[in-house]
Design a protein around this ligand. Structure first.
Ligand code: NAI
Ligand code: MG
Length: 493
């Protein structure tokens, strides 16, 4: 899978792709049913290759392998420090192959090569961060009443089912593998049906790193079949899911039958609040990045843009000017700023919301059309005069479509920002430190940015208030969701 790396080259060579099997118990295997599904290039809609389609039977084999690896394999007896070393090794291999992985990510997911390279750095950072945690997950001694010694142990939850989406295929994989493996769990992952290719390349690196068989298993397939089977499986101890709120509701209901632990990282309709006392240049650039990063296919997208009334007109004009200049095109070109949306389904959903916005009476300032005649591209789109109750201001569109909502006071904007069932991220642009801290304290969101946006680091907890999620990923916080706490009490004679 050679990539062109000469400094002159502006378009990275598309990697070669071949048909993909499943990865179960350290082996690359066909699905039990023999069925396959196509992996698509969203830049032109063409089929890249066929991928083995896992369903309930394959999930069962993968869960059995993960259970055996957990209970009886070398993973079970491995020193925590050695688990860490395997994660460091995997990080090194990802780093060594990062150009190839980035190109493959861009090919299958449509994100620009620059963004894919950024994601790959995040993957390496995440794996290294959790590698470092592996031998630092400690219990405590507890001063109990009576002549007893009580201490706590933090042990793996067990077999963990992980279901990830298509917007950050490799980064979501790393966010889920890192803490799970550092804590000693074993994993059955179902990548998104739209973007299985980089996950399957990771399986090869897992082998090369030397993870014992069955510790990591990958079963590509559809949500309603493979995903649902993983959630239902009685021998899976926990589900970690990233995706749509409605899917999470289905998962939580199904997981109730076996009382599985669940963590969710879901969507958002994040308020990005611009005060008149901001640095206008930086705030325009920030609002632009907040909504258009990865074509708006980002759970933290700054899709509700609250602008203080007295600067609204100038702000919208400057944002529109920039939007018109955004360079859409081949994701593999280093000059491209925005690639295609991931699928026909997403393209249709986004254009449907644009129509709805116009029908609801919002003012379309720029964009609103499909771009080009092949692939799933959408023009950067701005709606002004949006009202809080319109669907485009309430629903997650997951595309490059921003709603501008004017406001006058802090009290008003905090109240309106919080009037949503989401609570993933929020931002404020101001030079007034009091405003910044007051907003940060009052806004209901798992992440708050002041004079910046989309700054996410593997060291800091990430997750949602309200219906944007349950639990936290990244940072030390994630470890809690991958360990069981055990109390041991010894009578001292
Ligand atoms: P989705 O929630 O259906 O898919 C995410 C993952 O869940 C995929 O791996 C899928 O196969 C799996 N899945 C689907 N149904 C399942 C089920 N019944 N049981 C178990 N697993 C299941 O999201 P989808 O359909 O790809 O996108 C729809 C919308 O969801 C997007 O337009 C966006 O609004 C939102 N979304 C949010 C993401 C986030 O980062 N929070 C990521 C992707 C989508
Ligand atoms: Mg879906």
């Amino acid at each position: 899978m050679a990539t062109t790396t000469s400094s002159k080259a502006r378009t990275v060579k598309a990697p070669q792709v071949k048909d993909q099997p499943l990865f179960i118990n350290g082996r690359f295997v066909d699905s039990v049913s023999g069925k396959t599904f196509p992996a698509i290039n969203p830049a032109n809609g063409e089929v890249l290759c066929q991928v083995a389609e896992g369903d309930a039977a394959d999930i069962d084999l993968a869960v059995k392998a993960a259970r055996a690896a957990l209970e009886t394999g070398p993973w079970n007896r491995m020193d925590a420090a050695d688990r860490g070393r395997l994660l460091y090794k995997l990080a090194d291999l990802v780093e060594k192959n990062s150009e190839e992985l980035a190109a493959l990510e861009s090919l299958n997911c449509g994100k620009t090569i620059n963004d894919s390279r950024g994601d790959l750095q995040g993957v390496v950072n995440t794996l290294r961060y959790y590698a470092g945690w592996a031998d630092k997950i400690e219990g405590r001694t507890v001063p109990v009443r009576g002549n007893f010694l009580s201490y706590t142990l933090r042990q793996p939850i067990g077999v963990v089912g992980q279901i990830i989406p298509w917007n950050f295929p490799l980064l979501m994989l790393a966010w889920k593998w890192g803490p799970a493996l550092a804590c000693g769990n074993t994993v059955v992952m179902k990548p998104a049906e739209q973007t299985p290719l980089t996950a399957m390349r990771m399986a090869e690196l897992v082998m090369e790193a030397g993870f014992p068989n069955g510790v990591i298993n990958l079963v590509p397939g559809y949500g309603e079949t493979a995903g649902a089977a993983l959630v239902r499986h009685p021998d899976v101890d926990k589900i970690a899911f990233t995706g749509h709120v409605d899917t999470a509701k289905l998962i939580q209901k199904s997981a109730a039958d076996t009382l599985k632990r669940c963590t969710f990282e879901l969507g958002g309709k994040s308020p990005n609040v611009i005060f008149a006392d901001c640095d206008m240049e930086q705030a325009v650039a920030g609002a632009f990045h907040a909504i258009y990063f990865h074509g708006g296919q980002c759970c933290t997208a700054g899709s509700r843009l609250f602008v203080e009334e007295k600067i609204r007109q100038e702000f919208v004009e400057r944002l529109a000017e920039r939007s018109k200049q955004r360079k859409l095109g081949d994701p593999l070109s280093t000059e491209t700023e925005q690639g295609p949306q991931v699928s026909q389904e997403q393209l249709d959903k986004i254009l449907g919301y644009v129509k709805l916005g116009e029908k609801e009476g919002a003012r379309l300032i720029t964009g609103g059309q499909r771009w080009g005649n092949k692939g799933y591209y959408v023009e950067p789109t701005i709606f002004d005069n949006v009202k809080d109750e319109m669907a485009i201001a309430r629903d997650e569109i997951f595309g490059p479509v921003v709603s501008v909502l004017p406001f006058k006071t802090m009290e008003e904007v905090v109240d309106r920002a919080n009037r949503t069932y989401y609570g993933l991220a929020a931002a404020i642009w101001t030079k007034d430190i009091d405003k910044a801290h007051n907003y940060a304290r009052q806004v209901k969101a798992g992440t708050v940015w002041v004079n910046c946006y989309h700054v996410v680091d593997t060291t800091t907890p990430f997750g949602g208030f309200k219906m944007s999620g349950q639990g936290r990923e990244n940072g030390e916080a994630a470890l809690e969701h991958y360990t069981e706490m055990k109390t041991v009490t010894i009578k001292l004679n």
